[in-house]
Design a binder for this molecule. Sequence first.
Ligand SMILES: CC(C)(COP(=O)(O)OP(=O)(O)OC[C@H]1O[C@@H](n2cnc3c(N)ncnc32)[C@H](O)[C@@H]1OP(=O)(O)O)[C@@H](O)C(=O)NCCC(=O)NCCS
Length: 214
Amino acid sequence: MQLEGLFIAFPVIETERLILRQFTPDDAQALFVCLSEPDVWRYSRRPVPTSLEGITHHLDTLLKRYQERTMVTWAIVLKENQHVIGKFQMEEWSDEHHHAAVGYLLGKQYWGKGYATEALRAVMAYLFEHTTVNRIDAFTWRENVASARVMEKAGMRFEGLARQRYFAKGAFRDLKTYAILREDVLDQKVAKPLFRMDDKKHWEHPGDEGSRPC
Ligand SMILES: CC(C)(COP(=O)(O)OP(=O)(O)OC[C@H]1O[C@@H](n2cnc3c(N)ncnc32)[C@H](O)[C@@H]1OP(=O)(O)O)[C@@H](O)C(=O)NCCC(=O)NCCS
């Protein structure tokens, strides 16, 4: 299907430890806990949310963006207890260019457990398997080492640095671009550890060994 098909039925994605599903209004409190930690916004131009009402409004906006077919936002949910631990977005997309751009964020207490890498791999796998996307890219401030590492571990390649792309928090910020192409996935070295389905049609995510593209 084309990327536009993602807006006909919401694409729920399951991994070993996570479920990526659509947000509901009931998720506001959990998302507020994730987003109200200042460190989460350290490498972002956006301000730290300060109220639950603000998050409720944010969830309304995300739903509207999905209905308008401009953005897909997944709640990242832990399978073991159904806690919302963050969000994952397909922020830009184009069927004309077979292109999508993604971004993600986790509550601080969930960092360092491999969840972002697991979610990124799963979304990439889903898009390459179920849509005609050819290129998926992601961007991060140069200072955001953890996010760049997630992109690398998921098999994306570093493509370049847009120097002083933003002026934010009192300084010019360099922006790193990472991307993965359909042809990279077809490359055995990348495809094997990243995109394999088990019998239950769930994506398997073996260890990180060997998943680096180069
Ligand atoms: C970026 C973010 C999503 C990473 O999530 P995560 O689940 O902790 O990521 P993972 O555990 O899958 O992988 C993180 C990797 O970065 C590494 N890392 C983290 N901080 C690091 C640092 N300061 N220096 C070097 N490596 C670092 C970790 O060791 C790990 O790599 P490894 O598996 O090789 O050890 C999370 O930190 C976050 O939500 N940050 C705030 C929002 C944000 O920056 N979003 C991305 C915007 S582009």
